[in-house]
Design a protein around this ligand. Structure first.
Ligand code: HEC
Ligand code: HEC
Length: 387
């Protein structure tokens, strides 16, 4: 017991040290960090705040259905996988994970989807110019999405949610409390600020690499490859123009920048500008997850309409547009820590990195590019270095 509480204290001290140090640093010394990140730390002033913040993230239910942030964003992975769900179901069939948007019918009945895919029913309001073909009165639609990891993203990514719809961590936390936890009590602004601040503490980073970026502005570099497979895998992630066999720099078209989650300017498709955050890699289009498909009718600015069939058109439901960076487009996720954050893609349709690679092989074959078995293994070998 003693050893355990000692090690806990030690962990807490470790957790707090850098946070306290940074709180007293002038903002200029972390120039590389977004304003979003600085805002997260501003609310976090000392040990009592830390304890309160942890309590709010891990234990506070706000008088709702018993869920906390930790219900869906674990300490180890920042998300919840089908394997986690099955383990929890074995231990306690009444685990709040399986309530409401975690159940098959959205009203608490059925666990099939959660145990197989660990997705949630997410209700998205339809933009004014979008209707459902077979339910013209509907003003919202329910899509099935996985929980993105809370490793790295809250502190290091100003774009939140698979479709980028939340402007900041405070609005995001408020939304999560009402949407998932079915609360009746309004959370205080201070509570929301502390939840946001808590997600900037050291345990929310996948490694020292991303921690150093958040706290000291030291930009992560591509890891050094050692084995032959890693050396071959690395070239796909180099920030270089596509030439020759189109493989060097292929993944970096979208997984570029310090967090490997931005487009670069070398993509072969229509307008790729550096820093873009939303793209499609064909996940909604192929719908391996087998999610229900809707017909969306978009009224374009010139009065014409475009009908689109999709299980989840992603960003298009935020912009109301069917352009290249909206339709079936989702936020490009960071690849740092990716070995820990399975399952993958917005619909959790890839359960492993091997399945991610199969999707890319399909996607790029449509564009006339073959990713061999060896290429796929090499990329996985290299992504395993991205801690
Ligand atoms: C019932 C499960 C569930 C609970 C509880 C939950 N979340 Fe989430 N969280 C999700 C899902 C699902 C998404 C993605 C939804 C989407 O993109 O439409 C998400 C997205 C996020 C994101 C955005 C991550 C990114 O990559 O953009 C953050 C940050 C986050 N949640 C934090 C929280 C916090 C803080 C709480 C507690 C106040 C919380 N979540 C409670 C399931 C949950
Ligand atoms: C055209 C832009 C684009 C290119 C090129 C691209 N990706 Fe992605 N990547 C994305 C987007 C967008 C997603 C999320 C898609 C979704 O959820 O529907 C994603 C998701 C992923 C994921 C899952 C991460 C997670 O947390 O869910 C991995 C792993 C990944 N990409 C690796 C690669 C590799 C390896 C390559 C090169 C073969 C590559 N990507 C090329 C845009 C791209």
């Amino acid at each position: 017991m003693l050893a355990r509480s000692k090690s806990r204290q030690f962990a807490l001290a470790l957790a707090l040290l850098p946070a306290l140090a940074i709180a007293s640093e002038p903002a200029e010394s972390v120039a590389d960090i977004s304003a979003h990140d600085a805002a997260g730390l501003e609310f976090f002033r000392g040990p009592l705040d830390f304890l309160k913040a942890r309590q709010l993230f891990e234990r506070e239910t706000f008088g709702g259905n018993g869920r906390t942030c930790l219900t869906c964003h674990s300490r180890e992975t920042g998300t919840v996988s089908p394997a986690d769900a099955r383990k929890r179901y074995g231990r306690n069939r009444k685990d709040p994970l399986f309530l409401a948007d975690g159940s098959d019918d959205g009203a608490g009945h059925g666990t099939e989807r959660m145990l197989a895919d660990a997705t949630f029913l997410v209700r998205i309001p339809l933009p004014d110019n979008v209707r459902l073909a077979n339910d013209p009165e509907a003003r919202s639609v329910v899509v099935r999405r996985g929980a993105p990891s809370t490793l790295n993203t809250p502190a290091l990514d100003p774009v939140l949610m698979h479709d980028g719809r939340q402007p900041d961590l405070i609005a995001q936390a408020r939304g999560a409390i009402f949407d998932h936890a079915q609360v009746r009590r309004e959370p205080k602004q201070r509570d929301l600020e502390l939840i946001a601040a808590y997600q900037h503490t050291p345990q929310f980073f996948s490694s020292l690499t991303t921690f150093k970026y958040a706290y000291f502005g030291i930009k992560p570099k591509l890891p050094t490859p050692r084995t032959a497979a890693e050396i071959r895998g690395r070239r796909f992630f180099l920030d270089v123009p596509l030439e020759g066999d189109f493989k060097s720099g292929l993944c970096a078209n979208c997984h570029s920048g310090p967090m490997l989650n931005e487009t670069n300017e070398f993509g072969p498709f229509p307008p790729f500008a550096r820093g873009g955050r939303f793209q499609s890699v064909g996940v909604s289009e192929v719908n391996i997850a087998g999610n229900p498909v809707y017909d969306f009718v978009f009224t374009n600015p010139d009065g014409t309409t475009t009908t689109v069939s999709s299980p989840d058109p992603g960003r298009a439901l935020i912009t109301g547009s069917t352009d290249f960076e909206s339709l079936n487009a989702f936020k490009i996720p960071s690849l740092w820590g990716v070995t820990r954050t399975a399952p993958y893609f917005h619909d959790n349709s890839a359960k492993t990195l091997e399945e991610v690679m199969q999707q890319y092989a399909r996607f790029f074959s449509v564009l006339g590019l073959t990713l061999t078995e060896q290429d796929q293994k090499d990329m996985i070998a290299y992504m395993k270095l991205m801690q």
